[in-house]
Design a protein around this ligand. Structure first.
Ligand SMILES: [Fe+2]
Ligand SMILES: [Fe+2]
Length: 274
C-alpha cells in the first residue's frame, strides 16, 4: 500500500492547518517513507505534527526544484532530522522572476548548498532517475517533448554576471511504480505535465494512470491549458489531483472536464493506492 499525505499546499479545508503558497507531500510505502518538497515556511512543521508525522524519523527528502515555495521548509525540518536530500545538480541557481507590473526582479531561489549542509543535509545530486525507496523514483532530468508546453517566460537566473532565461532544468518529479501503472507527483511541473508524464512513461516503460501536485497551469498560456486538457482526455487518467500553482480556477475547469476523476488535493488530503 502506498499512502501520500499532502502536508503543505495553498489551501487547507480544516481550520487548524496552515495554508501557504507552497507544496509538500509525504510518501509512505511498506514501512519506508520520503518527503517530497518542504513548502515555503515552518507550516511544514506545524501541519506535519497535526498529521501525526514524526519529523525526527524523516531520513529522505526529494526536492522538485530550487524555488523558495518548495525548499523554504527544509531549514526548519533540519532542526529535527539530518536527512539525505535528493535533487538535480542545478537546484542552487540564483533565480528570479520578473514581476508582471514592473521591471523589477524578485528573488525566488533558495539558500546555498553550504547553508543546508552546515545544518546537516546530505545532498545527493543527480540528473538521472534514482530509486529513493522501494518503487519510488525521481524522474531525473525531464526532456521537453510537446510543442505546446513551455517554461514560464518570467523566469531568469544569474549566469556569469548576466540574467539568462531559466528553463528550470532542475525540475524533477516523483514516479511511483504500482500494479496499476505509474503514479506521478509533480512539484511545480515547470517543464509541463504532459512532457513529464511522457518522459516517465519512456523511462519507466509503463503507462501513467494518475498524478498529484503542482501543474503550473494557473500561470500558463490559454493555448497550453487547452492543449493540456485535450491531451489528458486522450491519456485517460484515472486520478488527477491538480494542486498548488494550478490555481482554483484551473482546478475547477478540470473538474468540469473530468468530474470525479479530479480530486481536490490540499493540506491533509490522504491518497491511498492499494
Ligand atoms: Fe511552486
Ligand atoms: Fe516553482
Amino acid at each position: 500500500m502506498i499512502k501520500i499525505t499532502t502536508v503543505v499546499e495553498n489551501t487547507a479545508t480544516k481550520a487548524r492547518f496552515r495554508a501557504e503558497h507552497g507544496l509538500s507531500m509525504f510518501i509512505e510505502k511498506d514501512g519506508e517513507a520520503v518527503l517530497f518538497d518542504t513548502g515555503q515556511t515552518d507550516a511544514l512543521i506545524h501541519n506535519a505534527k497535526l498529521l501525526g508525522i514524526d519529523l525526527s524519523k524523516i531520513d529522505k527528502v526529494i526536492l522538485s526544484h530550487g524555488h523558495y515555495d518548495h525548499v523554504g521548509g527544509l531549514k526548519y525540518l533540519l532542526e529535527f532530522t539530518k536527512p539525505k536530500v535528493y535533487a538535480h545538480p542545478e537546484i542552487f541557481r540564483k533565480r528570479y522572476s520578473h514581476l508582471s507590473d514592473d521591471r523589477n526582479l524578485r528573488y525566488i531561489g533558495i539558500e546555498d548548498r553550504e547553508f543546508f549542509e552546515k545544518k546537516g543535509a546530505e545532498f545527493i545530486l543527480s540528473e538521472e532517475p534514482i530509486e529513493v525507496i522501494d518503487g519510488v523514483f525521481t524522474t531525473g532530468f525531464e526532456k521537453m517533448r510537446t510543442d505546446f508546453e513551455e517554461v514560464d517566460k518570467n523566469f531568469v537566473y544569474e549566469k556569469d554576471g548576466e540574467y539568462v532565461k531559466d528553463e528550470v532544468e532542475d525540475d524533477m518529479s516523483v514516479v511511483i511504480k504500482t500494479r496499476h501503472g505509474l503514479f506521478v507527483l509533480f512539484g511545480c511541473a515547470h517543464r509541463g505535465i504532459i512532457n513529464i508524464m511522457l518522459d516517465a512513461e519512456e523511462k519507466f516503460k509503463d503507462k501513467v494512470f494518475g498524478f498529484l501536485g503542482g501543474t503550473h497551469l494557473g500561470p500558463a498560456s490559454e493555448n497550453q491549458r487547452k492543449k493540456t486538457i485535450e491531451t489528458l482526455k486522450k491519456m485517460d487518467l484515472r486520478v488527477m489531483g491538480p494542486s498548488h500553482c494550478t490555481g482554483l480556477l484551473m482546478t475547477s475547469r478540470m473538474y468540469c472536464e473530468f468530474g470525479d476523476r479530479v480530486i481536490f488535493n490540499n493540506v491533509g488530503t490522504v491518497t491511498i493506492i492499494e
